[in-house]
Design a protein. Structure first.
Length: 265
């Protein structure tokens, strides 16, 4: 099983999960060219992609869909609300013939030799979700755009071999930054985004002996810094009620514009 981020940040997101036989993308929120460059680093192309799973309809998660679907007949999996949101944004009706397949939270679907299990998340979209992917006895989780987390979130992401988890903003940078008040309030709210500190707190609940690596994703370009996200999360682990220390696992800040290190397991 292989797991990496092709791109991750407030400007666009695309995650790869694959096996020898099956290759999926979670979100396609950067350019088709950027996705192709990332896949090339994995010795793959878009023609190899078995399915695209979409977390929600915001542009930083779907911006390349229409250009990809012009050339490739790739099935798109998303919740019914997200499918409606995508169609609402499709002003030129470029995706009306595309193969949208509805998914439901906590109801597994199979693609090739993978099982994909959607999970409910708290975000200001029509019906957003994260995903758990199972293959060859391994489990990876992708959870960004979390305004908050609950015991349900912890249960869903427990026992992962690898994880891409949101660390969107530093609260102080956001509070003192140039964003208008209403936008700050949205980001800090329960349907906004997870801060560095909250990301570290959640991660403390999820660490386990088999964890091969953690990507910190969906960083804000205006309200965060890669080194700040890394150090804040690491310190939360160091100080948390957990037997693990901050350097016990590879902690990788997912690149905004380049393929991140690849986890093979």
């Amino acid at each position: 099983m292989r797991f990496t981020s092709i791109a991750s940040g407030s400007s666009g997101n695309c995650t790869y999960v694959g096996s020898d036989n099956t290759h999926i993308l979670i979100d396609a929120g950067v350019s088709k060219k950027r996705i192709e460059e990332g896949l090339k680093g994995l010795d793959l192309g878009l023609s190899d992609i078995s399915a695209i799973f979409v977390t929600h309809e915001h542009v930083d998660h779907i911006s390349a869909l229409h250009t990809i679907l012009k050339k490739y007949d790739i099935p798109i999996y998303a919740t019914a609300g997200t499918i409606q949101g995508i169609r609402n944004s499709d002003k030129k009706s470029e995706m009306t013939q595309s193969r949208f397949i509805p998914v439901v939270a906590d109801k597994q679907v199979s693609v090739g030799d993978m099982i994909i299990d959607p999970m409910t998340i708290s975000h200001d979209a029509l019906d957003p979700c994260g995903y758990r992917v199972y293959c060859q006895g391994k489990k990876v989780g992708v959870a960004t755009d979390l305004g908050c987390y609950t015991e349900y979130t912890v249960d869903c992401l427990t026992d992962c071999d690898a994880l891409l988890l949101e660390a969107n903003h530093d609260v102080r940078m956001l509070q003192t930054g140039p964003y208008p008040y209403q936008l700050k309030r949205r980001i800090l709210g329960d349907k906004g985004h997870l801060s560095n500190e909250k990301s570290g707190e959640l991660l403390c609940r999820l660490l386990n002996d088999k964890m091969k690596g953690i990507f910190l994703g969906h960083l804000s370009q205006e309200n965060n810094l890669p080194e700040l996200a890394y150090e804040t999360v690491r310190v939360e682990i160091e100080m948390g009620d957990t037997p693990y220390r901050g350097n016990d696992f590879p902690l990788i800040v997912a690149s905004r514009s380049e393929l991140s290190p690849i986890l093979d397991f």
